[in-house]
Each structure stands twice: as structure tokens, then as C-alpha cells.
Design a protein around this ligand. Sequence first.
Ligand code: ZN
Length: 102
Amino acid sequence: MSLNCDIVMDLVALYHDGEASKTSQSAVKEHLRQCKRCREFYRQYGITTPASQSFHFMSNGNYNELAKQMRIRRLWTVAAVLGYVSASLCALIMLLMRVRED
Ligand SMILES: [Zn+2]
């Protein structure tokens, strides 16, 4: 099975992290052995991207962004609940004080 250079370059990230399937791995390896351009690309990729950060980098970025948004949303929910609870407590205390005055 011989791969197209574009496909190999797409797969290099997975291959680099060891997350490609066995079939893809051996196909990429085979291609890298034959294709100088892709071998060079893989070499550069290995230099600029430490293993196990390469492929996850973008998805992690998105996840962090999502987590941040969720955190902010949760913070607002907590603030709203606290506001509601303290408002209710205030109302309750005022009610109790008024009852005691009577
Ligand atoms: Zn190639």
C-alpha cells in the first residue's frame, strides 16, 4: 500500500505520537523510507513538536477554551444561587424580626 504525500503529512502527527493504527504506521514508515520530501517533513516535525503534544495541541487548546467558558458559566450560576440564597435569608431575617417586634 503506497500513500499519497498529502495523506502521509496528515498522518505524520498521529504517527509521531504513536497513535496511528498499525496499518497506517507501517504505511507511513514505508513511505518515509521512499520519499525524501516526507522524510524531511517528518524530521522537521519531530524537531519542532515534542512527542505527545503535537496532535493534542489544537484539541487541548479548544478544550481549555471550552473549560474556561464552562468555569465562567458555573461561576455565574454560583453567583446567582448565592445571590438568591442571601436575598431569601435577608427576607427571612426581616420577616422574623418583624414577627418578634409584634
Ligand atoms: Zn511523500
